[in-house]
Design a protein around this ligand. Sequence first.
Ligand code: GUN
Length: 293
Amino acid sequence: MTATIIDGKAVARAIHEEVRREAEELRARGTTPGLAVVLVGADPASVSYVTAKQKACEEDRIESFGHTLPADTSQEALLSLLAELRSDERVDGILVQLPLPRHLDEGTVLAAVPIEKDVDGFHAENLGKLGLREADARFAPCTPAGVIELLKRTDVQIEGANAVVLGRSKIVGLPAAMLLLRENATVTICHSRTRNLAEEIRRADILVAAIGRPHFVTADMVKDGAVVIDVGVNRVEDASKKRGFRLVGDCDFDAIREKARAITPVPGGVGPMTIAMLMKNTVRAARMRAELA
Ligand code: GUN
């Protein structure tokens, strides 16, 4: 079997178009969707993510409010900015780019984002509601929500499938497992202490790999006909590239491609979905403000 390659860029493009249409509609009714993007410090990867998020806002007709603070910003100063954004009516969504500098307490900072503006879905209450499968869970974290959207838009049946999630991070693995459960998959979460890892992975009809280790999943671990969603983005040295590295996923793409039913490439798979889902969450927040949702 040669796998279908799931084109995350094309799916993300379709979502951006839907968002843009909704944003135009909201503007016509007098509600301009707005996203505050808070960056503390100048970590190069974070700077490039934040720039991409702001560019997407512009393209999707969402107003963005950028707040870049120095790396030595105190917790008090950051919380005071969040308090301002909490009551700013132009701001529908608040995003605090992670990771934060080490002297800041991530839990306290994320708890200061009100749940109705928590478009990243990292507030404990939003994650809790997701886990409890409550109907009013407001926002799901963007990367795992993008994984589900990719599966749905490529007609993969989630209900009843054996889904294996590799990794249990707060940003990807754990919420991905909760979302798959909400879609009625039978879910296994694997992590660094899992015994017989290859055996667990081989049971997967749907495999979501999010452990951040280049080409960790090899073809012999993958069941024939599985759907493989590779969330990993890893730099590996490559002297043939101008920048000295290339990006690879957690899965051995070339070998698994000969075995799986469908697979996401890296780059161009899950990556573009994260920002698309952030935009989707932001217009949803704006619709709620306008009492249309
Ligand atoms: N850092 C890595 N991924 C994310 C994300 O989805 N949102 C935020 N805010 N920070 C991140």
